[in-house]
Design a protein around this ligand. Structure first.
Ligand code: FES
Length: 147
């Protein structure tokens, strides 16, 4: 009995009426609830748009290898390989091997990445087999478009 009383006090009116067999066409949410839903949907789409853009601070110790030309980093948390090409350019590749997708067995000889899983090598060129991302360098901030 107490559960029924609690239900009647806490349930929205249309549900109570429907439970009593009285049909109504009405949503339980208020306009205020609806606008919150729309706003939060917009927020998450903005967030997913910004999630495709990655900013890397090269002063971070994890990227110290990129200070020298031919220095490279396998940034596993973002699944990308980064290699310093020149003072003005850092190329960014997906770190998934085009052969069978291994991500963590890379070496770099200054011009090619080699995946030790099966020994295949791939040029550090954006016209090669590795997926290349657009990247721009401003000061010590590298901006990568992960689309
Ligand atoms: S998975 Fe990289 S060479 Fe086969």
């Amino acid at each position: 009995m107490k559960n029924r009383r609690t239900f009647l006090k806490t349930a929205c009116k249309p549900i109570v009426l429907a439970a009593l067999g009285i049909p109504l066409i009405e949503a339980c949410s208020t306009e205020e609830d609806l606008s919150e839903t729309i706003n939060s949907t917009n927020d998450s789409s903005q967030q997913s748009n910004t999630n495709t853009e990655l900013k890397i601070d090269l002063d971070d110790d994890r990227f110290k290898n990129l200070k020298e030309i031919s220095g490279w980093v396998n940034h596993t948390s973002e699944n990308i390989l980064l290699v310093r090409i020149s003072d003005e350019e850092i190329r960014v590749f997906d770190n998934s091997c085009p052969h069978q997708g291994a991500r963590d067995q890379w070496s770099f000889d200054g011009s090619n990445f080699t995946c030790s899983r099966h020994g295949n090598s791939y040029s550090a060129s954006c016209s090669g087999s590795l997926k290349c991302y657009d990247a721009s360098l401003e000061g010590n901030i590298l901006t990568v478009d992960l689309t």
